[in-house]
Design a protein around this ligand. Structure first.
Ligand code: SF4
Length: 188
């Protein structure tokens, strides 16, 4: 397959195990779609043939959190849905990453009401924010590539007292998240 031509004469390749592990991680992200609204349609389009998320090894959408390591929050989150989102996040395997896709997931969007979460990062750690209403599939792909760059840089999410910390990352939000108009209590 041409590999033998690239090998030195004595036939040894040396690398570090963590590079191999990160290489396999970055090319086999398994997304857990949490699509609650119209951004979910763009998420579906990203996996279709025109945009072909499979080029990045991330086309295998999992609908079981135990088999997923990339949570994509696409759409607005209501207060009633929030415990479900948190439960799914906690059930996902480590190391795991989170993309907040679209204005609603990141800020509540135009739904500035007591019933809608004004930014899912108030309740789960978000690594990459994707702006737009809705974002285009190319933007989501850029978000997935941002996660791949994190993995390349050994950006395994740090833990602090068992709690995952959000990473300061490639697509930083340019907004200031508003507090919830009404206090929210959710189950742990
Ligand atoms: S950001 Fe826009 S497209 Fe996405 S869920 Fe909200 S209203 Fe729909």
């Amino acid at each position: 397959m041409g590999l033998e031509a690239a090998l030195p004469v004595d036939g040894f390749l040396t690398t570090q195990l963590r590079h191999v592990i990160n290489w396999s991680r970055r090319n086999s992200l398994w997304p857990m779609p949490f699509a609650t609204a119209c951004c979910g349609i763009e998420l579906m389009a990203t996996a279709c043939s025109r945009y072909d998320l499979a080029r990045f090894g991330a086309e295998v959408m999992r609908f079981s959190p135990r088999q997923a390591d990339l949570l994509i929050v696409a759409g607005r989150i209501s207060i009633k849905t929030l415990p479900v989102l948190q439960r799914i996040y906690e059930q996902m395997t480590e190391p795991k990453w989170v993309i907040s896709m679209g204005a609603c997931a990141s800020t509540g969007g135009v739904f500035d009401t007591y019933a809608v979460v004004q930014g899912c990062d108030q309740f789960i750690p978000v690594d990459v924010y994707i702006p737009g209403c809705p974002p285009r599939p190319e933007q989501l792909i850029e978000g997935v590539m941002a996660i791949q760059r994190i993995i390349d840089q050994e950006g395994i999410p740090p833990m602090n007292g068992g709690k995952r910390q959000p990473l300061g990352l490639v697509m930083q939000p340019t907004h200031v998240t508003k507090p919830q108009p009404v206090g929210v209590t959710v189950g742990g």
